[in-house]
Design a protein around this ligand. Structure first.
Ligand code: B12
Ligand code: SF4
Length: 873
């Protein structure tokens, strides 16, 4: 008998075929790709009499849809857009091709061109909700807000009963602050037979963007009652109850959610923590709110992932208050909220229970007391992961909430609500939000929106290293943004406060970039208020909470120079921060600042200059010693040959316990391509001398620099192994292609065949790239990421006697190296030959810092829930 299994035709795999088409196109086998695409067309359209080849322009256009779709999925955006454009030339009525063209243009960063393409697609098929969403996003990101609003309103008027269209249009109106309009459009769909509850939850979410949690609550209640498995409704309900301080009810709501969705708490982590922020008293309807004080400003550091003393705003506070006319308070919300979360976790003050809470509390207590176990390498290896667990639990909880809200998938968190109330309670006329890290963006924007919604007369300004002069239009057009200040803030922020006090337009202030809503244009003032580091008042950390930075001793960052003296490394854009200049404060002035902090009880410092050259470190050390200051510090440096034994000995004597060296690679070929300015032999000499002087050497390394081969990588491992006695930790990560770097400007010079640009709000995202793989040994971007992941735990981390967590937070290093043992215990650094085969092994992604699988348990309540409506399905 014939086996039916053997004869049964294999099911056609469309997904695989699309991937094959992209691969063939990429390999230059266009004719075969076209054949395969035509096969797909024929399979999708049986019985239509389609021949072996497309015969008419309409048929060619159909084939073009599959070709361009395959390219879009393979992230070959420019080619996808071209292919879709060709299909449209063959058949101008081909809506799918128009949709793909718009998506590809948008993804490729061609936002301006994506707009007419999306309009063309929508003219062909008005119900293309993803294309409408893309059109609105592109218009908003380009700052063309009036057009965006008109498109959204037009779509609602024409197709407001189409759930997907309504969702896209209402999302744009929410972003523009038209909350009531969006709510009305969404609530209208609340009676939709299947998706009604989803729309009630969306209407509620819109209300929370303006802090109207009280009004959102009943909508969430109805949504959760009608659709008990709708996680967004439960999450929203809990967040609103938290925002109103109704903790017992929030606990009951969570219990209901958990009954309906057993994995609810894993995916919507939200536990309540008593925050020590000042609440802002709600004015009664007939009571006028207290007037804002025009001589008072706040400088706010938004919530991100790791508390560290915010130097930028401390510098601005020092400079503004030295002027005498204004009071400028620092509010490090990141530190304050982390501190409250961690305290609550340690003391069990939350409704969350998890294994190892006692160990966690013990680890923090030992850190705070500089316990011998904490500074001992073996002890640190046990305690640090517990500290990190608290950080990770807090960070993931908060970021998860902020990101869900940013993506329109959840309510604005009660934490944002509490932070905004804390800021408003201070009645400052101007609030300056600082952004250093990308991960601060979701929180900062949500918080600023709430502030502006409650007190529209507050001037809300943004600044910080995150902002570049590109893709700013959409951010500036946000209703909550009065201005962005680009570049150094000391002089510019003071000038802005003066302009506001004197009633002058903000657009006249140096460094200010603004969106004019009437003309929809951007006005820019060059930042002429730049500063000479030597003339600046000292950074003022007076308002920062002493106990919130997770270090056993207070550690203060110092910036002795701005920019980089070298400015040549081809992978780097740091030097662009200060208009590509290098400004160094006189050594005496830097030591004055150190002495100023020492007089206030600080002995531990981190020099956060991009790089300090050897001669300057020598002079700084001499001056510290002359002044008789007893301190400890680390700094960043380049392992050049001018670090002599004498210089390094002086540095050690002056308190330098650790240097972070930009070693980058153990291959001279790679170092030359980086234009690093030093070679492997010279680096080895410098590291040896530094270790002999008693300084601990931490090296930064890049895995997969474009054009780096496996041989080069192996040379790096061999170098580290051979010099392990003088290397005390290695911080290694895969190469990232950053806009603004020489490699990004000239990729082909670095064997990069194709860059996939990505444009994002305010900033360019890191770009993906393809390496020219004509040399087989070259590492691709994916290999670099994988190799870095494998080598971190198996090799790089073994160089640290304190284990993989050393450096998170990095400020630990100065205290550990001061109080830890004078000689470190031996480490087991494996022979590179042993770890090399791991690179080929088929293993899951690994991470050096342990990841925590949390098994939260919630305390339950037996109290009845008076507000709960009867559940119905
Ligand atoms: C010191 C530093 C750190 C410190 C802490 C910094 C801090 N304050 O929190 C430590 C060591 C902890 C650190 C860690 C990391 N860092 Co770091 N770090 C820096 C560094 C070298 C200097 C920052 C600094 O203090 N500069 C000095 C101050 C005076 O300048 P400033 O902050 O820009 O402030 C001035 C202006 O911007 C402006 N300004 C600032 N705020 C405001 C507000 C208003 C209203 C106004 C008007 C003006 C204004 O005025 C200020 C004075 O002139 C920068 C590189 C750089 N050149 O910026 C990278 C940098 C910020 N770090 C970076 C990264 C990637 C990291 C890490 C993720 C690295 C890693 N893989 O572990 C970690 C994680 C940190 C985290 N997410 O929590 C990236 C950030 C990229 C991004 N967009 O997110 C940077 C830009 C370096 C880079 N190009 O790669 N970092
Ligand atoms: S990597 Fe360091 S030394 Fe090189 S240009 Fe950048 S900041 Fe300067």
């Amino acid at each position: 008998m014939k086996s039916t299994a053997a004869s049964a035709p294999r099911p056609f795999d469309e997904e695989a075929a699309l991937a094959d088409i992209a691969r063939l196109m990429n390999a230059g086998a266009g004719a075969r790709a076209e054949e395969l695409a035509w096969t797909l067309v024929r399979r999708r359209n049986p019985g239509q009499g389609l021949g072996k080849r497309p015969r008419t322009p309409v048929e060619r256009a159909l084939r073009g849809v599959f070709l361009s779709h395959a390219l879009l999925r393979a992230r070959l955006f420019a080619r996808a857009a071209r292919e879709a454009g060709r299909a449209l030339a063959d058949d101008p009525t081909q809506a799918d091709a128009a949709m793909i063209e718009a998506a590809a243009l948008y993804q490729n960063g061609n936002w301006e061109e994506a707009v007419p393409a999306a309009r063309r697609a929508l003219a062909l098929r008005p119900t293309l909700a993803p294309t409408l969403a893309l059109l609105l996003q592109a218009l908003l990101d380009l700052g063309r807000v009036r057009e965006a609003e008109a498109e959204a309103r037009g779509a609602l008027a024409r197709l407001g009963t189409d759930p997907d269209v309504a969702r896209a249009a209402a999302g744009a109106l929410v972003r523009r602050g038209h909350v009531d309009e969006a709510r009305a459009a969404l609530e209208r769909l609340g009676s939709h037979p299947q998706r009604g509850p989803e729309f009630l939850a969306l209407a509620a979410q819109a209300l929370t963007t303006h802090g109207r949690h009280g009004e959102a609550l009943p909508l969430y209640r109805v949504a959760a009652a009608r659709a008990p498995r709708l996680a967004e409704a439960h999450a929203g309900l809990i967040a609103c109850l938290h925002a109103q301080g109704r903790e017992a009810e929030a606990t009951q709501a969570r219990e209901r959610a958990l009954r309906a969705l057993p994995r609810f708490s894993h995916e919507n982590f939200d536990f309540h923590v008593p925050l020590s922020l000042t609440p802002c008293p709600e004015p009664t309807p007939d009571e006028a709110p207290a007037p804002l004080d025009p001589t008072r400003a706040l400088l706010v550091n938004g919530i991100g992932v790791l508390p560290a003393r915010p130097l930028g705003i401390a510098q601005i506070k020092g400079a503004v208050e030295a002027n005498g006319a204004f009071q400028c308070a620092l509010v490090d919300l990141n530190a304050l909220v982390y501190r409250d979360f961690i305290r609550a976790l340690r003391q069990g003050e939350t409704d969350l229970e998890f294994d190892g809470r006692a160990d966690l509390d013990d680890a923090f207590a030992r850190m705070e007391q500089l316990d011998p176990l904490f500074v001992d390498p073996e002890g640190y290896k046990t305690l640090a992961p517990r500290l990190l667990m608290a950080l990770s639990l807090t960070g993931r909880t908060l970021q998860g909430q902020f990101e869900r809200a940013a993506q329109g998938r959840g309510p604005v968190s009660w934490v944002v609500e509490a932070c905004a109330a804390h800021l408003l309670a201070q009645h400052a006329a101007v609030i300056g939000f600082s952004l250093t890290f990308t991960d601060q963006l979701p929180f900062t924007l949500q918080c600023a929106r709430l502030v502006k919604a409650r007190r529209p007369e507050t001037v809300v300004v943004f600044g910080g290293g995150f902002f570049k002069d590109s893709n700013l239009e959409g951010f500036l057009a946000e209703p909550c943004v009065d201005a962005v200040i680009l570049g150094e803030g000391e002089g510019a922020f003071l000038a802005l406060l003066e302009a506001h006090r004197d009633g002058r337009p903000l657009s006249s202030v140096p460094g200010v970039v603004r969106h004019d809503p009437d003309t929809e244009t951007i006005t820019r003032q060059p930042n002429t208020a730049t500063v000479r580091p030597g003339d600046l008042p000292f950074a003022d950390f007076g308002d920062t909470p002493a106990d919130a930075y997770l270090t056993p001793v207070p550690v203060v960052p110092i910036l002795s120079s701005r920019g980089c003296y070298w400015r040549r490394c081809t992978f780097c854009n740091h030097f662009a921060s200060y208009a590509a200049s290098y400004k160094a404060a006189p050594v005496a002035r830097v030591v004055d600042e150190l002495a100023h902090h020492v007089a206030r009880g600080i002995r531990h410092f981190t020099f956060v200059d991009e790089m300090i050259p050897a001669l300057r470190l020598r002079k700084l050390s001499e001056a510290i010693l002359e002044r008789g200051l007893d301190l400890r510090f680390y700094a960043l440096a380049k392992p050049t040959a001018d670090f002599t034994a004498e210089t390094l000995a002086l540095m050690r004597k002056a308190g330098c316990v650790c240097l972070y060296w930009g070693l980058e690679s153990g291959s001279d070929r790679v170092l030359a391509r980086m234009d690093k300015g030093n070679d492997v032999a010279g680096s080895a000499r410098t590291l040896t001398l530094s270790a002999e002087a008693g300084i601990r050497n931490h090296v930064f390394l890049i895995v997969g620099f474009p054009g780096e081969t496996r041989t080069d990588l192996r040379a790096t491992l061999d170098f580290l192994h051979a010099h392990q006695d003088s290397i005390h930790a290695a911080v290694a990560g895969p190469f990232v292609l950053e806009p603004g770097t020489p490699i990004h400007a000239e990729p082909e010079r670095f064997d990069i065949r194709h860059v996939y640009p990505a444009r994002a709000l305010c900033d360019s995202r890191l770009a993906d790239y393809d390496i020219d793989a004509s040399v087989r040994e070259r590492l691709t971007q994916a290999q670099a990421a994988r190799y870095a992941d494998i080598l971190r735990p198996s090799f790089f981390d073994t160089l640290s006697a304190y284990g993989p967590c050393l450096g998170t937070p990095r400020d630990h290093v100065v205290a550990l190296y001061e109080h830890g043992p004078a000689s470190l215990p031996p480490r087991a650094v494996p022979d590179p030959a042993e770890v090399w085969p791991l690179l080929e092994a088929d293993m899951p992604r690994l991470s050096g810092v342990p990841d925590f699988v949390l098994t939260p348990r919630w305390r339950s309540t037996s109290a009845p829930d008076p507000q709960s409506p009867p559940a119905c399905s």
